[in-house]
Write a protein of this length. Structure first.
Length: 264
């Protein structure tokens, strides 16, 4: 691995433990002003000290994040779809690597939709982005997206999606936690981080999937809604950090969450 690529990867994954707590706030690229992200700056700023990196769009970054922050950026580089459209998988590359470098990002991210109508288009976009990004030492993170079909999230489907992303050259894969998750991790040769998906019933469920994913070998989380749609976002992300970076047991993380929640 070249120095630039290594350096960018080590800004995302803490070199001490090889793990990361990424904060995903890129949802507006197809969901618009999703609940609690109406005012991006207001939601994100208090969470910046607790996140190892931010996954965000270029518009979100330019307009809502001050350049004074040293936080590493993972730039959403695909889109062209919307929740109102016919087919969410109809995404293409939306940001050039030149633009990503101008924004001084640590990685670029793109969604692939295995088994969906535009599977081929998204896989070719992934390879095109990788071919370009690799020239400049920029890692590509592939998101194994499922669109509206959340029921697709099982070990068989996610193993297939993650492995294809890694085989095509993604340096990081973001997927969902599922039963038998160790199978997904074992068959993917690059680091896996998990998304949270739509808001879960309560914070215990969020900490449980983070704990289970890490126990199965995930290298971290890249969560959004289950952090910033919580009434206690700082308590949730702090408890997730304890699991990811301190190998905390679920009970310890829950205890920290309760203490911080009571204080806020
Ligand atoms: C999709 O909207 C984005 O790629 C998100 O970054 C991803 O889904 C993670 O966010 P969440 O934890 O809210 O699912």
């Amino acid at each position: 691995m070249d120095w630039g690529m290594k350096n960018r990867m080590s800004r995302i994954f803490n070199p001490q433990d090889g793990r990361t707590v990424m904060l995903a706030v890129d949802h507006g690229y197809f969901l618009g002003p999703v609940s609690r992200l109406e005012d991006l700056r207001k939601t994100i700023e208090p969470l910046i000290p607790y996140a190892d990196s931010l996954m965000i769009t270029r518009g979100g970054l330019r307009n809502c994040i001050d350049a004074k922050y040293a936080i590493p950026i993972v730039l959403r580089a695909s889109g062209g779809n919307s929740i109102m459209g016919k087919e969410l998988s109809n995404e293409e590359i939306t940001v050039s690597v030149e633009e990503a470098l101008r924004l001084n990002v640590c990685a670029v991210a793109l969604s692939i939709y295995i088994g969906a109508e535009y599977e081929h288009q998204t896989l070719i976009s992934l390879t095109n982005l990788i071919n370009e990004a690799e020239k400049f030492g920029v890692p590509v993170l592939a998101v194994t997206a499922v669109g509206k079909e959340l029921e697709k999230r099982d070990a068989r489907y996610l193993s297939l999606s993650c492995r294809i992303a890694a085989e095509l050259g993604a340096r990081i894969v973001k997927t969902y936690y599922c039963e038998d998750f160790e199978k997904v991790v074992k068959s993917c040769p690059v680091p896996i981080v998990i998304a949270g998906g739509p808001k879960l019933k309560d914070e215990r469920d969020v900490l449980e999937i983070a704990y289970n994913a890490i126990s199965c070998g995930a290298k971290g989380v890249d969560m959004g809604r289950n952090i910033w749609q919580s009434h206690w976002p700082i308590a949730v992300i702090s408890a997730i950090r304890k699991i990811v970076h301190e190998n905390a047991a679920l009970d310890e993380a829950l205890d920290l969450f309760s203490r911080l929640k009571d204080k806020s």
